[in-house]
Design a protein around this ligand. Structure first.
Ligand code: ZN
Ligand code: ZN
Length: 79
């Protein structure tokens, strides 16, 4: 038992192709403005995001991320 290792999180590193992007609820770390990727950015994977309000450029994660209004499968459905 003494050589038991604590659980190690498995960090996904294998699907990081140029078109792989993770949908996220993104907020600007400077001014907290919501960042949603629309238009050209909605179809172009990118890892750095520019705040439309204050202009801060930040990188939420090492991989491509995508600012969305709702996470897939998490949208509240009141109908
Ligand atoms: Zn963006
Ligand atoms: Zn901002």
């Amino acid at each position: 038992m003494s050589d038991a290792h604590p659980p190690v999180p498995i960090i996904e590193t294998t699907k990081l192709g140029p078109l792989y992007t993770i949908p996220m609820i993104l907020h600007c770390p400077e001014c907290t403005t919501r960042h949603i990727d629309e238009g050209d950015f909605a179809i172009k994977p990118h890892h750095t995001h520019a705040c439309q309000d204050c202009g801060l450029v930040w990188r939420p994660a090492k991989v491509n991320t995508h600012g969305v209004q709702f996470l897939p499968g998490y949208k509240n459905d009141d109908d």
